[in-house]
Each structure stands twice: as C-alpha cells, then as structure tokens.
Design a protein around this ligand. Structure first.
Ligand code: DLL
Length: 433
C-alpha cells in the first residue's frame, strides 16, 4: 500500500469517523492489555472492570489510570504486551529522578511512530526536496530516532547530526544547505546565537524548525523565527507514549494536532482524576490504541494543557492540544504560590531578554527563597551598575505582577548560564536535595 505522509483520509476525517476508529481500536487494545499484561489486568480487576465493560470511547473513564509510579513498579518488563522476541527497540527517559522509564516497540510500533513524525515534518512544509538536519540526541532519547525515521519516510535527505559540537553542526548546516532543523528550542536558540556571532546568517538555508521536548513560549518562538529567518513549529511527545510526534503543529501554529488515530487524549483534574470537558485546563492523559509492545491506557502525562477540536484552517480535524503550560510535577510551590517556569520565561522575553535563565529555590529559616538569574544581552552588559540595578528592579516588579510573589533577580553576564544541547535545566530546587 502506498503511504503518503500527509494522510488526508485520516488527518481530515470527520470527528464521527475518528471517534468510530477510536472506539474500535480501544476495545481491541483493552483486550490486548487484559490478555497480555498481567500488571494492567490486576489494576482493572482492582477497579472492578473487565474488557466487556469497554464498548466505546464513552467507557474510557471506567479504566484505571497508569502513572509513572506504575512504570517504576513494573520496571523493566512488567508492562510489556508482546513476547520480547517480537520487540525490536527500547527507548528510555533521561530519568532525573528515580528509576529510568523504559518503553518498548515492535517493528509495527516503530513504523507507526515514524509515520506520526513524518506527518509532523510534512505539516512543517517538509518534502523529499528537503535536507533535514536532526540535532536531537540519538540513543536512548526518542528525539533523534523519531525525527530521523520520520524524515526518511518523507524522503528528505536526512542528516543524523545528534546533539552537541556546535561548530560541526554549523559547518554541515552551511555546507549541505540544511533546510529543516529538528532540535530542542533551547538548542535552536543557542545555534541562532552562534550563527549571529559568526556572522554566517547569509549562508544558512533553513526554512523551518521542528522544536519540542521542552516547554517554550510564543515569545521564544518569535525570537527564534526572527533570528533564523524560519517558521518554527512545535512538536510534542513522551517516551512512554512512543516519543515525538504524539502531536505536532500545522501552518496555523495554534496548537498541536494529536494523532488521534493512534492516541486518545483526555483532560482530567490532576487532584481528583475527574474527566474535564473540552476547553478546560488540566492534566493530559493518553491512551495508546494501536501500540503492541507498550499498550499504555490512560497514562497520566503530568503535562497541563487544554484541548480544542474547533475546525483548524489547515483542514486537519484531529483535536489540538495547547502548548503544555507546565507539568503538575514541575510546578514549583514557592511560599504557597504555584509557579511555572514558563510564566517566568514569558516575562523575561516580554522584557527583551533571551530565554537564558535559571530559577533557584531554597529554604532558609523555614521560609522559601526564590531567585531568578537572568543573562543580560551583550548590549546591556556594558551598561552602568546603576542602569543594571534599575533593570533588575523592573524585572522584579514584572515577575511580581505575573506570579503574585516577589523574586530576587540577579542579572548575570552573557553566556554565563550553561547552555544545553538537549533539554535546558531551568530549575534548581535545593529544597529537595
Ligand atoms: O521529550 C520526546 C520528544 C522528543 C518530544 C523530541 C518532542 C521532540 P521525554 O524525554 O520522555 O520525551 O519527555 C517528555 O517532555 O511529558 C513534556 O513534559 C515535555 N515535552 C515534550 N514535548 C514538549 C513540547 C520527549 N513540545 C516530556 N512542549 C513531556 C513542552 C514538552 N513540553
């Protein structure tokens, strides 16, 4: 069967048709998990549900949630739904806390995942004429492998750069005329900065970027687009649910279309687990309805966002998720107030700074301290101390207006905050150490 990676028969199907596919696939998937994943069968039994109770998407709420804690309990093989002899790949999260999370794939799963990434590349304008420069990390991280596979399927000339070695990245980019860049937004911003420093902007042929794996604001998008002269598209995903390409932006750039023929998205209240109506802000939950090796159902992502199924100008009918507004587990509670790093980033970019910052939280004498270190621009760096103090004061009040609590702001020299080649480290919470 010929495959086209703009798949209008799927991507622009009616909402009724999508729901019908989802119901059929969900029923099959629940049976698959019940028959082949004893850990999940036990969870279903504890909730008093059997596969017979699941007849359509309307019954989804009856199923138990799976959380990261379940993945750790079942580590490493306890949630695998196929004999290992049929699995061909493992990926894993960076695992900053506790055990790493492992995800498993059959060849069929890898194929569908790459299809999802191919759709994302096509939505960003990618064709077989493009040179696709993949600077996501290769290896256990899903970024490199996912976009690499998608790029092959679209037929782009694929540059498997992986992350790091900025000089080499820029040399390949200029020599080979890369037209699509895939990396984290923080690395894209760093590459843009390096291009400007070297004065090689006129040798850059990029037209689009596919940036994801971490939160980035609209302001950061505008900055990157302007500096690189490209259109920057968001892409979302997580290892447990396959990797990048669970959802992706189209030319409208107003949210990411979830690949709903493979994943059912729900929004729940993170406190009560109650399913919330479309348009509400809450925790995103995914059910994988086509994956064989790792058939996670109702997996709680911890990402906070909003879903929207209003018609999109691009013609795609798949529901859109907003940019994640933070993670329920990344949310800092400082002096009792909920603070998301993305709110701080918005303020910084609005005030003309770059997204080079670090948030340091500590507890002294039973009270939280909250400091934001922000890099000055090279232009500001030569300003007088009085001017810099003035700028710090202005940031303090802008942050207070956004967050409702006071932060100490320290402006630091350009380039003094360590750059990341993958996901940026924005928060140092010493209270946990
Ligand atoms: O970050 C997969 C990926 C690779 C996505 C390349 C996009 C591009 P994990 O390392 O398992 O997988 O991290 C998943 O990263 O739950 C979100 O909190 C965050 N995340 C991923 N994409 C975005 C995005 C990959 N576009 C976790 N915006 C997720 C904001 C994102 N956060």
């Amino acid at each position: 069967m010929e495959k086209r990676y703009y798949q209008p028969e799927v991507e622009t199907a009616s909402r009724e048709q999508i729901r019908k596919w989802q119901s059929e696939r969900l029923v099959k998937q629940v049976k698959h998990a019940w028959d082949n994943v004893p850990y999940y069968r036990k969870k279903m039994e504890e909730k008093g549900v059997t596969p017979d109770d699941i007849k359509s998407v309307d019954d989804l709420h009856k199923l138990p949630f799976i959380t990261k804690a379940d993945l750790r309990d079942a580590y490493p093989y306890g949630l695998v739904g196929k004999p290992l002899s049929e699995c061909v790949r493992i990926h894993s999260t960076s695992g900053t806390t506790g055990k790493r999370v492992m995800a498993f794939y059959t060849q069929h799963d890898v194929d569908l995942w790459e299809d999802c990434c191919a759709r994302a590349i096509v939505a960003a304008g990618g064709t077989k004429e493009d040179v696709c420069h993949v600077s996501y990390g290769y290896g256990l991280f899903t970024g490199g492998a996912g976009l690499h596979g998608g790029s092959h399927k679209v037929g782009c000339l694929t540059l498997p750069m992986s992350s790091g070695n900025t000089d080499r990245q820029l040399q390949f980019m200029t020599d080979l005329g890369s037209t699509i860049l895939c990396c984290t937004p923080s690395y894209a911003a760093y590459l843009a900065e390096s291009i400007k420093e070297r004065g090689i902007k006129d040798q850059i042929k990029l037209k689009a970027g596919i940036f994801g794996a971490e939160a980035w604001s609209e302001e950061m998008r505008r900055d990157i687009e302007q500096q690189l002269g490209i259109r920057a598209y968001d892409i979302y995903g997580l290892t447990e649910i396959s990797g990048p390409g669970v959802s992706f932006e189209c030319e409208a750039q107003t949210g990411m279309h979830v690949n709903e023929d493979h994943f059912i998205a729900e929004i729940i209240d993170p406190e009560t687990g109650e399913v919330l109506p479309e348009g509400s802000k809450g925790e995103l939950v995914f059910s994988c309805i086509t994956k064989e090796a790792f058939p996670l159902l109702r997996y709680r992502t911890r990402d906070i966002c909003v879903l929207n199924s209003e018609p999109c100008p691009c013609g795609r009918t798949h529901i859109k998720m907003s940019k994640p507004m933070g993670r329920s587990d990344d949310m800092l509670i400082i002096r009792g107030v909920n603070v998301f790093p993305s709110q701080i980033e918005t303020v910084l970019l609005e005030q003309g700074y770059q997204a080079n910052y670090q948030i340091i939280v500590d507890r002294v004498n039973n009270s939280d301290t909250f400091e934001v270190m922000v890099e000055m621009t090279p232009e500001n760096f030569s300003d007088s101390l009085a001017k810099i103090a003035e700028m710090e004061k202005s940031l303090v009040s802008a942050l207070k207006a956004m967050l409702g609590i006071a932060a100490k702001v320290k402006l630091v020299a350009p380039k003094s905050i360590t750059r990341s080649e993958g996901k940026a480290v924005r928060v140092i919470d010493k209270r946990k150490i």
